[in-house]
Design a protein around this ligand. Sequence first.
Ligand code: PLP
Length: 394
Amino acid sequence: MKAYDFDTLYPRRNIGAGKWRLLNDPATEANQAVFPFSVADMDFKAAPEICDALHEAADFAIYGYFSPEPAYYEAICNWQMRRYGFACQPEWLVQVPNIVYALYQLVRTFSEPGDGVIVQTPVYAPFFHAVERQQRRLVINPLLEQDMHYTIDFDDLAVKAADPTVRLMILCSPHNPVGRVWTREELLAIIRICQQHDVLLIVDEIHADLVFEPHRHTVLASLDDEIADNCMICTAPSKTFNLAGLSVANLIIPNETMRRRYLASENQIGIHGANYFGTVACQAAYEKGEPWYLALMSYLAGNKDIFAKTVRHQLPQFRITPLEGTYLGWIDMRALGLSEQERLSWLKAADLHFVTGSFFGDAGIGFERINLALPRPALQAGLDRLIDAVEKLT
Ligand SMILES: Cc1ncc(COP(=O)(O)O)c(C=O)c1O
């Protein structure tokens, strides 16, 4: 395997990287060693193959109106086939600037104000926002947790989906923040319920590539043609290849009528043209980024194991989910007996910044989400700091 450097920490202060701004006092020496474990991007440089393509595009230096060539769509389809055996067709693809935008647009296009939209909590907060900020009704199907293993409450889902005002379900697959990679059987059970009650599925697969052995991601639309006809998949190179700042993502909408409806609704809001650099980076990532991606996964698996081992041996008061996918750990800190405000003040004083549980809805209260996609020495230093902070507390 080609060697890539994931161990070097490149500070991202003063270049607009939001999570680096959270530090208390950037001047202190301690602060140089550890940085926030919050926003879900990675503190690794992008694959050299992507950087080369971007340099070439920058050097060309004509940045006029732009739309992707067929090779862009082929690169996405080839990735889907190679990684997931999914025969995605180029004409099913719609490029969008990012997934959160697409979630809003999909909800707006395929439901009316007042309609119900199912989400499974705890979950990434923009799922709530896309529903509630557009005057739709949030219908919660809480995930079940037992010994930090999360599963789906299918009985509850069947009841919620049977409500005739429920039109949509937004599924997070793999799931942020609980780290589950839904099995084929779980996905089929969701689909059966949704089909029975005419509930359309929006599936956010932004974390699809970030799955650890022996787990396997299943692209929902790959299950069969009828399923493909009733779902809309959100996919992006942004998490996998650390390209979130380049504003590029892609929807897969196999059903032609639904795709036309989506495009018509996008037409109403003045979006036109694509981001040149985002498009170039996305194509290069899917065409040439696989060796870097495989090396990344092996590095992330190492970080995940260090995190699990450290919590098991040195932070026994915390419980964590076994991470099947995503680079986001989910820590139950309820044993500390602190309120969320107290916990935040305590973490802030220790210069530790996670994403606090309530961001993911009430089901997340008492938890913190930790981003593990960072150079290992920084991860280790951050965990040491957490151990130290817990010792001082008790
Ligand atoms: C499930 C999920 N969807 C979407 C996003 C954000 O995607 P984008 O930056 O493309 O809007 C994230 C980022 O953390 C996420 O976890």
